[in-house]
Design a binder for this molecule. Structure first.
Ligand code: GLU
Length: 517
Protein backbone atom coordinates (compact mmCIF):
# COMPACT_ATOMS: atom_id res chain seq x y z
CA UNK A 1 0.00 0.00 0.00
CA UNK A 2 1.30 3.48 -0.72
CA UNK A 3 2.48 5.13 2.46
CA UNK A 4 1.17 8.58 3.16
CA UNK A 5 1.69 9.87 6.65
CA UNK A 6 -0.65 12.76 5.87
CA UNK A 7 -3.59 10.42 5.87
CA UNK A 8 -5.75 11.08 8.90
CA UNK A 9 -8.94 9.18 9.60
CA UNK A 10 -11.32 9.19 12.52
CA UNK A 11 -13.81 6.87 14.12
CA UNK A 12 -16.55 8.99 15.64
CA UNK A 13 -19.03 6.91 17.63
CA UNK A 14 -21.97 8.41 19.49
CA UNK A 15 -21.83 7.03 23.03
CA UNK A 16 -25.44 5.96 23.39
CA UNK A 17 -24.80 2.33 24.38
CA UNK A 18 -22.48 -0.59 23.88
CA UNK A 19 -20.47 -0.71 20.68
CA UNK A 20 -22.80 -2.07 18.03
CA UNK A 21 -21.20 -4.46 15.56
CA UNK A 22 -21.73 -2.04 12.70
CA UNK A 23 -19.83 0.63 14.60
CA UNK A 24 -17.13 -1.82 15.61
CA UNK A 25 -16.70 -2.55 11.93
CA UNK A 26 -16.43 1.13 11.07
CA UNK A 27 -13.78 1.56 13.78
CA UNK A 28 -11.90 -1.47 12.49
CA UNK A 29 -11.89 -0.31 8.86
CA UNK A 30 -10.67 3.14 9.86
CA UNK A 31 -7.89 1.58 11.90
CA UNK A 32 -6.83 -0.76 9.09
CA UNK A 33 -6.87 2.05 6.53
CA UNK A 34 -4.75 4.30 8.76
CA UNK A 35 -2.20 1.60 9.52
CA UNK A 36 -1.95 0.52 5.89
CA UNK A 37 -0.92 4.00 4.91
CA UNK A 38 1.21 4.86 7.89
CA UNK A 39 -1.39 7.51 8.71
CA UNK A 40 -3.09 8.63 11.91
CA UNK A 41 -6.14 7.05 13.53
CA UNK A 42 -8.28 9.31 15.71
CA UNK A 43 -11.03 8.36 18.13
CA UNK A 44 -13.58 11.12 18.57
CA UNK A 45 -16.55 10.91 20.88
CA UNK A 46 -19.67 12.47 19.35
CA UNK A 47 -21.65 13.08 22.51
CA UNK A 48 -23.62 16.16 21.53
CA UNK A 49 -26.91 14.31 21.88
CA UNK A 50 -27.00 14.88 25.63
CA UNK A 51 -30.27 13.07 26.16
CA UNK A 52 -28.82 9.79 24.86
CA UNK A 53 -25.09 9.98 25.58
CA UNK A 54 -23.67 8.54 28.78
CA UNK A 55 -20.23 8.43 30.36
CA UNK A 56 -20.73 4.73 30.93
CA UNK A 57 -21.12 4.21 27.19
CA UNK A 58 -17.89 6.13 26.54
CA UNK A 59 -16.04 3.81 28.92
CA UNK A 60 -17.56 0.80 27.19
CA UNK A 61 -16.63 2.04 23.73
CA UNK A 62 -13.08 2.75 24.84
CA UNK A 63 -12.83 -0.71 26.43
CA UNK A 64 -14.24 -2.47 23.37
CA UNK A 65 -11.84 -0.63 21.08
CA UNK A 66 -8.93 -1.68 23.26
CA UNK A 67 -10.21 -5.23 23.40
CA UNK A 68 -10.25 -5.31 19.61
CA UNK A 69 -6.69 -4.00 19.61
CA UNK A 70 -7.70 -0.81 17.79
CA UNK A 71 -5.38 1.62 19.52
CA UNK A 72 -5.81 5.21 18.50
CA UNK A 73 -3.12 7.84 17.95
CA UNK A 74 -5.22 10.76 19.15
CA UNK A 75 -8.37 10.69 21.24
CA UNK A 76 -9.56 10.00 24.77
CA UNK A 77 -6.57 9.32 26.98
CA UNK A 78 -4.15 10.04 24.13
CA UNK A 79 -3.68 13.81 23.93
CA UNK A 80 -2.93 15.25 20.51
CA UNK A 81 -2.56 18.60 18.82
CA UNK A 82 -6.20 18.75 17.72
CA UNK A 83 -8.02 18.01 20.98
CA UNK A 84 -10.22 17.93 22.88
CA UNK A 85 -11.62 14.81 21.23
CA UNK A 86 -15.03 14.89 22.85
CA UNK A 87 -17.64 17.09 21.19
CA UNK A 88 -19.17 18.42 24.39
CA UNK A 89 -15.77 19.95 25.16
CA UNK A 90 -15.60 21.72 21.80
CA UNK A 91 -18.50 24.20 22.09
CA UNK A 92 -16.21 27.20 21.83
CA UNK A 93 -14.67 25.91 18.62
CA UNK A 94 -18.12 25.42 17.04
CA UNK A 95 -19.23 28.85 18.21
CA UNK A 96 -16.14 30.40 16.67
CA UNK A 97 -16.71 28.70 13.30
CA UNK A 98 -20.43 29.51 13.31
CA UNK A 99 -19.52 33.16 13.96
CA UNK A 100 -17.18 33.21 10.99
CA UNK A 101 -19.77 31.62 8.72
CA UNK A 102 -22.41 34.09 9.91
CA UNK A 103 -20.16 37.03 9.31
CA UNK A 104 -19.37 35.86 5.80
CA UNK A 105 -23.10 35.60 5.07
CA UNK A 106 -23.24 31.80 4.80
CA UNK A 107 -25.62 31.56 7.76
CA UNK A 108 -28.69 33.55 8.69
CA UNK A 109 -30.81 33.73 11.82
CA UNK A 110 -34.20 32.06 11.57
CA UNK A 111 -36.96 33.08 13.97
CA UNK A 112 -39.56 30.60 12.78
CA UNK A 113 -41.19 28.83 15.68
CA UNK A 114 -41.70 25.07 15.92
CA UNK A 115 -45.43 25.67 15.28
CA UNK A 116 -44.79 27.69 12.13
CA UNK A 117 -42.44 25.02 10.81
CA UNK A 118 -45.00 22.36 11.59
CA UNK A 119 -47.57 24.19 9.49
CA UNK A 120 -45.11 24.24 6.58
CA UNK A 121 -44.36 20.56 7.01
CA UNK A 122 -48.03 19.59 7.19
CA UNK A 123 -48.83 21.63 4.07
CA UNK A 124 -46.01 19.96 2.14
CA UNK A 125 -47.21 16.59 3.28
CA UNK A 126 -50.79 17.36 2.30
CA UNK A 127 -49.53 18.34 -1.14
CA UNK A 128 -47.85 14.95 -1.30
CA UNK A 129 -44.26 16.20 -1.30
CA UNK A 130 -41.26 16.06 0.98
CA UNK A 131 -40.60 19.13 3.08
CA UNK A 132 -37.62 21.41 3.12
CA UNK A 133 -37.60 24.76 4.90
CA UNK A 134 -39.19 27.50 2.78
CA UNK A 135 -36.44 30.01 3.46
CA UNK A 136 -38.89 32.45 5.00
CA UNK A 137 -36.23 34.14 7.18
CA UNK A 138 -33.57 34.18 4.47
CA UNK A 139 -34.39 37.67 3.33
CA UNK A 140 -34.92 39.43 6.69
CA UNK A 141 -33.31 42.84 6.77
CA UNK A 142 -30.41 43.48 9.12
CA UNK A 143 -32.65 45.91 11.00
CA UNK A 144 -35.37 43.40 11.54
CA UNK A 145 -32.90 40.77 12.70
CA UNK A 146 -31.41 43.23 15.20
CA UNK A 147 -34.83 44.27 16.45
CA UNK A 148 -36.07 40.73 16.97
CA UNK A 149 -32.83 39.64 18.60
CA UNK A 150 -32.97 42.66 20.90
CA UNK A 151 -36.54 41.69 21.81
CA UNK A 152 -35.16 38.32 22.93
CA UNK A 153 -36.88 36.23 20.25
CA UNK A 154 -35.25 32.79 20.07
CA UNK A 155 -33.56 31.99 16.78
CA UNK A 156 -31.57 29.25 15.10
CA UNK A 157 -28.84 29.68 12.51
CA UNK A 158 -29.44 28.19 9.10
CA UNK A 159 -27.12 27.68 6.16
CA UNK A 160 -27.86 29.79 3.10
CA UNK A 161 -27.60 26.83 0.72
CA UNK A 162 -26.57 28.06 -2.73
CA UNK A 163 -28.44 27.07 -5.87
CA UNK A 164 -27.11 24.22 -7.97
CA UNK A 165 -25.84 20.79 -7.21
CA UNK A 166 -23.48 19.39 -4.63
CA UNK A 167 -21.20 16.63 -5.70
CA UNK A 168 -18.70 14.62 -3.70
CA UNK A 169 -16.46 11.67 -4.32
CA UNK A 170 -17.13 8.38 -2.60
CA UNK A 171 -14.40 5.75 -2.91
CA UNK A 172 -16.91 2.94 -3.39
CA UNK A 173 -19.50 4.78 -5.44
CA UNK A 174 -17.57 7.33 -7.47
CA UNK A 175 -19.28 10.67 -7.93
CA UNK A 176 -22.42 11.20 -5.85
CA UNK A 177 -24.56 14.27 -6.48
CA UNK A 178 -27.58 15.93 -4.87
CA UNK A 179 -29.67 18.85 -6.12
CA UNK A 180 -29.29 21.60 -3.55
CA UNK A 181 -33.00 22.37 -3.54
CA UNK A 182 -33.51 18.98 -1.91
CA UNK A 183 -31.35 20.07 1.02
CA UNK A 184 -33.24 23.13 2.16
CA UNK A 185 -31.60 25.77 4.35
CA UNK A 186 -30.75 23.47 7.23
CA UNK A 187 -30.07 24.39 10.86
CA UNK A 188 -26.50 24.31 12.13
CA UNK A 189 -26.91 26.16 15.44
CA UNK A 190 -29.93 25.45 17.66
CA UNK A 191 -31.77 28.19 19.56
CA UNK A 192 -29.85 27.22 22.71
CA UNK A 193 -26.60 28.01 20.88
CA UNK A 194 -25.50 24.39 20.48
CA UNK A 195 -24.12 23.11 17.18
CA UNK A 196 -26.00 20.43 15.28
CA UNK A 197 -24.29 17.25 14.13
CA UNK A 198 -23.67 18.54 10.59
CA UNK A 199 -21.77 21.60 11.80
CA UNK A 200 -19.90 19.85 14.60
CA UNK A 201 -18.76 17.00 12.38
CA UNK A 202 -17.43 19.32 9.66
CA UNK A 203 -15.68 21.65 12.09
CA UNK A 204 -14.12 18.64 13.79
CA UNK A 205 -13.03 17.05 10.53
CA UNK A 206 -11.59 20.34 9.27
CA UNK A 207 -9.75 21.19 12.49
CA UNK A 208 -8.53 17.62 12.94
CA UNK A 209 -7.31 17.67 9.31
CA UNK A 210 -9.20 14.52 8.40
CA UNK A 211 -8.36 13.35 4.87
CA UNK A 212 -10.71 10.34 4.59
CA UNK A 213 -14.13 9.97 6.18
CA UNK A 214 -14.94 6.27 6.52
CA UNK A 215 -18.40 5.71 8.01
CA UNK A 216 -21.72 3.94 7.54
CA UNK A 217 -23.75 4.60 4.41
CA UNK A 218 -26.61 5.87 6.57
CA UNK A 219 -24.63 9.13 6.51
CA UNK A 220 -24.71 9.55 2.71
CA UNK A 221 -27.74 11.82 2.91
CA UNK A 222 -25.93 14.08 5.41
CA UNK A 223 -22.87 14.35 3.23
CA UNK A 224 -24.07 17.01 0.74
CA UNK A 225 -25.03 19.28 3.64
CA UNK A 226 -21.59 18.80 5.11
CA UNK A 227 -19.95 19.49 1.76
CA UNK A 228 -21.88 22.77 1.54
CA UNK A 229 -20.36 23.71 4.90
CA UNK A 230 -16.83 22.73 3.79
CA UNK A 231 -17.26 24.90 0.74
CA UNK A 232 -18.58 27.81 2.78
CA UNK A 233 -15.51 27.51 5.01
CA UNK A 234 -13.23 27.31 1.98
CA UNK A 235 -11.87 24.05 3.38
CA UNK A 236 -10.67 21.03 1.41
CA UNK A 237 -13.38 18.38 1.15
CA UNK A 238 -12.13 14.95 2.30
CA UNK A 239 -12.56 11.68 0.43
CA UNK A 240 -15.56 9.70 1.60
CA UNK A 241 -16.01 5.98 1.94
CA UNK A 242 -19.51 5.05 3.00
CA UNK A 243 -19.59 1.46 4.14
CA UNK A 244 -22.64 -0.68 3.43
CA UNK A 245 -24.59 -1.33 6.62
CA UNK A 246 -24.82 -4.71 8.27
CA UNK A 247 -27.96 -6.72 7.66
CA UNK A 248 -29.25 -9.90 9.29
CA UNK A 249 -29.73 -13.12 7.33
CA UNK A 250 -33.34 -11.99 6.75
CA UNK A 251 -31.89 -8.99 4.83
CA UNK A 252 -33.24 -6.52 7.36
CA UNK A 253 -31.01 -3.96 9.04
CA UNK A 254 -29.11 -5.62 11.90
CA UNK A 255 -30.86 -4.93 15.18
CA UNK A 256 -31.71 -6.46 18.53
CA UNK A 257 -34.17 -8.80 16.83
CA UNK A 258 -31.22 -10.64 15.36
CA UNK A 259 -29.82 -11.60 18.78
CA UNK A 260 -26.42 -10.44 19.92
CA UNK A 261 -25.39 -7.41 17.88
CA UNK A 262 -22.96 -5.85 20.29
CA UNK A 263 -19.37 -6.80 20.76
CA UNK A 264 -19.85 -7.15 24.51
CA UNK A 265 -22.67 -9.63 24.06
CA UNK A 266 -20.73 -11.72 21.62
CA UNK A 267 -17.67 -11.94 23.83
CA UNK A 268 -19.92 -12.73 26.81
CA UNK A 269 -21.20 -15.70 24.82
CA UNK A 270 -17.64 -16.82 24.30
CA UNK A 271 -16.96 -15.58 20.79
CA UNK A 272 -13.33 -14.57 20.49
CA UNK A 273 -12.72 -10.95 19.74
CA UNK A 274 -10.11 -12.01 17.16
CA UNK A 275 -12.73 -14.01 15.28
CA UNK A 276 -15.32 -11.24 15.41
CA UNK A 277 -12.70 -8.85 14.09
CA UNK A 278 -11.79 -11.11 11.20
CA UNK A 279 -15.40 -11.89 10.42
CA UNK A 280 -16.25 -8.20 10.22
CA UNK A 281 -13.71 -8.00 7.40
CA UNK A 282 -14.46 -11.32 5.74
CA UNK A 283 -18.18 -10.71 5.48
CA UNK A 284 -17.46 -8.20 2.79
CA UNK A 285 -14.70 -10.11 1.03
CA UNK A 286 -13.82 -13.52 -0.33
CA UNK A 287 -12.03 -15.57 2.28
CA UNK A 288 -10.63 -19.03 2.67
CA UNK A 289 -10.19 -21.07 5.82
CA UNK A 290 -6.51 -20.29 6.20
CA UNK A 291 -7.50 -16.71 6.94
CA UNK A 292 -9.63 -17.57 9.98
CA UNK A 293 -6.65 -17.28 12.31
CA UNK A 294 -5.39 -14.03 10.86
CA UNK A 295 -4.09 -11.47 13.30
CA UNK A 296 -4.88 -7.78 13.20
CA UNK A 297 -1.49 -7.24 11.52
CA UNK A 298 -2.48 -9.74 8.83
CA UNK A 299 -5.66 -7.74 8.22
CA UNK A 300 -3.60 -4.58 7.93
CA UNK A 301 -1.27 -6.32 5.48
CA UNK A 302 -3.89 -7.95 3.29
CA UNK A 303 -7.39 -6.55 3.70
CA UNK A 304 -8.45 -3.89 1.23
CA UNK A 305 -10.93 -1.53 2.83
CA UNK A 306 -11.52 0.19 -0.50
CA UNK A 307 -12.43 -3.08 -2.23
CA UNK A 308 -15.84 -3.32 -0.57
CA UNK A 309 -18.98 -3.65 -2.62
CA UNK A 310 -21.92 -1.39 -1.98
CA UNK A 311 -24.56 -4.04 -1.30
CA UNK A 312 -25.44 -4.71 2.34
CA UNK A 313 -23.17 -7.08 4.22
CA UNK A 314 -24.98 -10.01 5.78
CA UNK A 315 -24.08 -10.88 9.35
CA UNK A 316 -24.67 -14.58 9.97
CA UNK A 317 -24.15 -15.65 13.61
CA UNK A 318 -24.02 -19.33 12.58
CA UNK A 319 -21.09 -18.67 10.31
CA UNK A 320 -19.39 -16.70 13.05
CA UNK A 321 -19.91 -19.61 15.42
CA UNK A 322 -18.40 -22.00 12.91
CA UNK A 323 -15.40 -19.71 12.46
CA UNK A 324 -15.00 -19.46 16.21
CA UNK A 325 -14.87 -23.26 16.53
CA UNK A 326 -12.33 -23.43 13.73
CA UNK A 327 -10.20 -20.81 15.38
CA UNK A 328 -10.32 -22.53 18.78
CA UNK A 329 -9.31 -25.85 17.28
CA UNK A 330 -6.37 -24.27 15.47
CA UNK A 331 -4.89 -23.16 18.80
CA UNK A 332 -2.93 -25.17 21.39
CA UNK A 333 -4.43 -26.70 24.54
CA UNK A 334 -2.36 -24.29 26.66
CA UNK A 335 -3.72 -21.32 24.81
CA UNK A 336 -7.28 -22.61 25.23
CA UNK A 337 -6.69 -23.16 28.96
CA UNK A 338 -5.64 -19.55 29.42
CA UNK A 339 -8.52 -18.20 27.39
CA UNK A 340 -10.98 -20.34 29.33
CA UNK A 341 -9.65 -19.08 32.66
CA UNK A 342 -9.93 -15.51 31.43
CA UNK A 343 -13.41 -16.03 30.03
CA UNK A 344 -14.80 -17.95 33.00
CA UNK A 345 -13.47 -15.29 35.37
CA UNK A 346 -15.21 -12.64 33.31
CA UNK A 347 -18.62 -14.33 33.43
CA UNK A 348 -18.28 -14.88 37.18
CA UNK A 349 -18.08 -18.66 36.88
CA UNK A 350 -15.54 -19.31 39.63
CA UNK A 351 -17.63 -17.55 42.23
CA UNK A 352 -20.86 -19.27 41.25
CA UNK A 353 -20.47 -22.21 38.84
CA UNK A 354 -24.08 -23.30 39.32
CA UNK A 355 -25.48 -19.80 38.71
CA UNK A 356 -23.43 -19.34 35.55
CA UNK A 357 -24.52 -22.81 34.47
CA UNK A 358 -28.12 -21.66 34.75
CA UNK A 359 -27.36 -18.48 32.79
CA UNK A 360 -25.64 -20.51 30.09
CA UNK A 361 -28.68 -22.78 29.88
CA UNK A 362 -30.91 -19.72 29.47
CA UNK A 363 -28.78 -18.43 26.62
CA UNK A 364 -26.53 -15.72 25.39
CA UNK A 365 -28.44 -12.78 26.77
CA UNK A 366 -28.37 -14.15 30.30
CA UNK A 367 -24.62 -14.60 30.02
CA UNK A 368 -24.21 -11.09 28.68
CA UNK A 369 -26.19 -9.79 31.65
CA UNK A 370 -23.91 -11.70 34.01
CA UNK A 371 -20.88 -10.00 32.46
CA UNK A 372 -22.62 -6.64 32.62
CA UNK A 373 -23.35 -7.11 36.32
CA UNK A 374 -19.73 -8.00 36.96
CA UNK A 375 -18.42 -5.10 34.92
CA UNK A 376 -20.68 -2.62 36.61
CA UNK A 377 -19.12 -3.84 39.87
CA UNK A 378 -22.40 -5.22 41.16
CA UNK A 379 -20.82 -8.62 41.66
CA UNK A 380 -17.18 -8.71 42.63
CA UNK A 381 -14.96 -10.46 40.07
CA UNK A 382 -13.87 -13.82 41.40
CA UNK A 383 -10.57 -15.12 40.13
CA UNK A 384 -10.08 -18.87 40.23
CA UNK A 385 -8.30 -20.34 43.20
CA UNK A 386 -5.26 -22.45 42.42
CA UNK A 387 -7.28 -25.62 42.19
CA UNK A 388 -9.93 -24.16 39.89
CA UNK A 389 -7.25 -22.64 37.69
CA UNK A 390 -5.42 -25.94 37.39
CA UNK A 391 -8.63 -27.89 36.80
CA UNK A 392 -9.67 -25.55 33.99
CA UNK A 393 -6.31 -26.02 32.29
CA UNK A 394 -6.48 -29.79 32.82
CA UNK A 395 -9.90 -29.86 31.19
CA UNK A 396 -8.91 -27.74 28.19
CA UNK A 397 -7.58 -30.68 26.11
CA UNK A 398 -10.62 -32.77 27.08
CA UNK A 399 -13.10 -30.26 25.68
CA UNK A 400 -10.95 -28.76 22.93
CA UNK A 401 -12.49 -30.66 20.02
CA UNK A 402 -16.02 -30.05 21.24
CA UNK A 403 -16.13 -26.30 21.76
CA UNK A 404 -17.41 -23.80 19.25
CA UNK A 405 -17.74 -21.04 21.83
CA UNK A 406 -15.89 -20.61 25.11
CA UNK A 407 -19.32 -20.65 26.78
CA UNK A 408 -19.85 -24.24 25.59
CA UNK A 409 -17.42 -25.20 28.36
CA UNK A 410 -20.01 -24.39 31.04
CA UNK A 411 -22.71 -26.98 30.20
CA UNK A 412 -20.11 -29.58 29.26
CA UNK A 413 -17.66 -29.27 32.12
CA UNK A 414 -19.18 -26.92 34.70
CA UNK A 415 -20.10 -29.95 36.85
CA UNK A 416 -16.42 -30.55 37.65
CA UNK A 417 -16.52 -27.39 39.74
CA UNK A 418 -19.67 -28.23 41.71
CA UNK A 419 -20.67 -30.91 44.16
CA UNK A 420 -22.51 -33.81 42.54
CA UNK A 421 -26.11 -32.90 41.94
CA UNK A 422 -28.82 -34.48 39.84
CA UNK A 423 -31.66 -32.83 38.01
CA UNK A 424 -34.77 -35.03 38.54
CA UNK A 425 -34.69 -36.25 34.91
CA UNK A 426 -31.03 -37.22 35.20
CA UNK A 427 -31.69 -39.24 38.33
CA UNK A 428 -34.59 -40.95 36.57
CA UNK A 429 -32.29 -41.80 33.71
CA UNK A 430 -29.73 -43.27 36.09
CA UNK A 431 -32.47 -45.30 37.80
CA UNK A 432 -33.59 -46.58 34.41
CA UNK A 433 -30.08 -47.67 33.40
CA UNK A 434 -29.68 -51.45 33.66
CA UNK A 435 -27.34 -52.53 36.44
CA UNK A 436 -26.52 -48.98 37.54
CA UNK A 437 -26.10 -49.73 41.30
CA UNK A 438 -23.71 -52.62 40.60
CA UNK A 439 -21.80 -50.65 38.00
CA UNK A 440 -21.30 -47.68 40.33
CA UNK A 441 -20.24 -49.87 43.23
CA UNK A 442 -17.86 -51.98 41.15
CA UNK A 443 -16.30 -48.94 39.47
CA UNK A 444 -15.84 -47.13 42.79
CA UNK A 445 -14.13 -50.15 44.31
CA UNK A 446 -11.99 -50.73 41.25
CA UNK A 447 -10.90 -47.10 41.01
CA UNK A 448 -10.09 -46.96 44.69
CA UNK A 449 -7.71 -49.89 44.31
CA UNK A 450 -6.18 -48.90 40.97
CA UNK A 451 -2.42 -48.92 41.19
CA UNK A 452 -1.68 -46.04 38.80
CA UNK A 453 -4.08 -43.13 38.48
CA UNK A 454 -3.70 -42.63 34.77
CA UNK A 455 -6.04 -42.64 31.82
CA UNK A 456 -4.99 -45.97 30.20
CA UNK A 457 -5.40 -47.87 33.48
CA UNK A 458 -8.79 -46.25 34.15
CA UNK A 459 -9.86 -47.20 30.65
CA UNK A 460 -8.76 -50.82 31.07
CA UNK A 461 -10.67 -51.07 34.34
CA UNK A 462 -13.87 -49.55 32.95
CA UNK A 463 -13.74 -51.66 29.78
CA UNK A 464 -13.59 -54.84 31.82
CA UNK A 465 -16.73 -53.99 33.78
CA UNK A 466 -19.42 -54.99 31.22
CA UNK A 467 -18.08 -58.52 31.00
CA UNK A 468 -17.57 -58.84 34.74
CA UNK A 469 -21.10 -57.57 35.44
CA UNK A 470 -22.70 -59.14 32.35
CA UNK A 471 -24.04 -55.80 31.24
CA UNK A 472 -23.98 -54.02 27.90
CA UNK A 473 -21.04 -51.59 27.57
CA UNK A 474 -23.52 -48.86 26.69
CA UNK A 475 -25.32 -49.28 30.03
CA UNK A 476 -22.06 -49.28 31.99
CA UNK A 477 -20.80 -46.15 30.29
CA UNK A 478 -24.13 -44.36 30.78
CA UNK A 479 -24.27 -45.24 34.48
CA UNK A 480 -20.73 -44.01 35.08
CA UNK A 481 -21.18 -40.85 33.08
CA UNK A 482 -24.36 -39.95 34.93
CA UNK A 483 -22.97 -41.14 38.24
CA UNK A 484 -19.83 -38.99 38.17
CA UNK A 485 -21.40 -35.84 36.68
CA UNK A 486 -25.16 -35.85 37.23
CA UNK A 487 -25.62 -35.29 33.48
CA UNK A 488 -25.51 -37.15 30.16
CA UNK A 489 -23.13 -34.96 28.18
CA UNK A 490 -19.56 -34.78 29.44
CA UNK A 491 -16.06 -34.89 28.02
CA UNK A 492 -14.63 -38.40 27.48
CA UNK A 493 -15.48 -40.77 30.32
CA UNK A 494 -11.98 -42.06 31.18
CA UNK A 495 -10.39 -38.65 30.92
CA UNK A 496 -13.14 -37.13 33.06
CA UNK A 497 -12.75 -39.73 35.82
CA UNK A 498 -9.00 -39.10 35.75
CA UNK A 499 -9.42 -35.31 35.86
CA UNK A 500 -11.70 -35.59 38.91
CA UNK A 501 -8.89 -37.24 40.83
CA UNK A 502 -9.21 -40.56 42.60
CA UNK A 503 -10.91 -39.43 45.82
CA UNK A 504 -13.41 -37.20 44.11
CA UNK A 505 -14.26 -39.75 41.42
CA UNK A 506 -14.79 -42.53 43.94
CA UNK A 507 -16.81 -40.31 46.28
CA UNK A 508 -19.11 -39.21 43.47
CA UNK A 509 -19.78 -42.72 42.21
CA UNK A 510 -20.51 -43.86 45.76
CA UNK A 511 -22.77 -40.91 46.36
CA UNK A 512 -24.70 -41.71 43.18
CA UNK A 513 -24.95 -45.38 44.20
CA UNK A 514 -26.32 -44.22 47.56
CA UNK A 515 -29.09 -42.30 45.81
CA UNK A 516 -30.24 -45.48 44.10
CA UNK A 517 -30.30 -47.59 47.25
N1 GLU B 1 -21.49 9.89 15.30
C1 GLU B 1 -21.94 9.32 14.09
C2 GLU B 1 -22.50 7.94 14.35
O1 GLU B 1 -22.20 7.34 15.37
C3 GLU B 1 -20.83 9.18 13.07
C4 GLU B 1 -20.69 10.40 12.30
C5 GLU B 1 -19.61 10.37 11.26
O2 GLU B 1 -18.84 9.42 11.20
O3 GLU B 1 -19.52 11.34 10.54
O4 GLU B 1 -23.22 7.44 13.52
Amino acid sequence: MPQDSHIRVRFAPSPTGYLHLGSARTGLYNYIFARQHGGTFILRIEDTDLSRSTDEAIVQIVESMKEMGLHWDEGPGVPGPHGPYRQTERHEIYRDYAGRLLEAGHLYPCFCTAEELEVERAAAQAAGGGWVYSGRCRGLSADEVRRRQAAGEPFTLRVRVPEGRTVFHDILRGEVGFDNDTLGDFIVVRSDGSATYNLAVVVDDVTMEITHVIRGDDHISNTPKQVVIYQALGAAVPEFLHMPLLFGTDRKKLSKRHGATKLEQLTAEGFLVEVVRNYLCFLSAEFDETMITWSLDDLVRHFDVTGLGTSPSIFDPEKLRWMNGRYLRAMTDEWLGSRLVEYLTRVGFYGDPAGVGESAARGAEALARAVEEAEAGRVPPVCPNEEQDALTRTLAPLVHEKLDLLADFVPMAGWFFRPLEFAPEALERLRGTAGAPETLAAAAAGLRGLEHWDIPDIETLVRELPQALTLKPKAVFAALRLGMSGQSVTPGLFESLWALGRDNAVARLEQAAGLLA
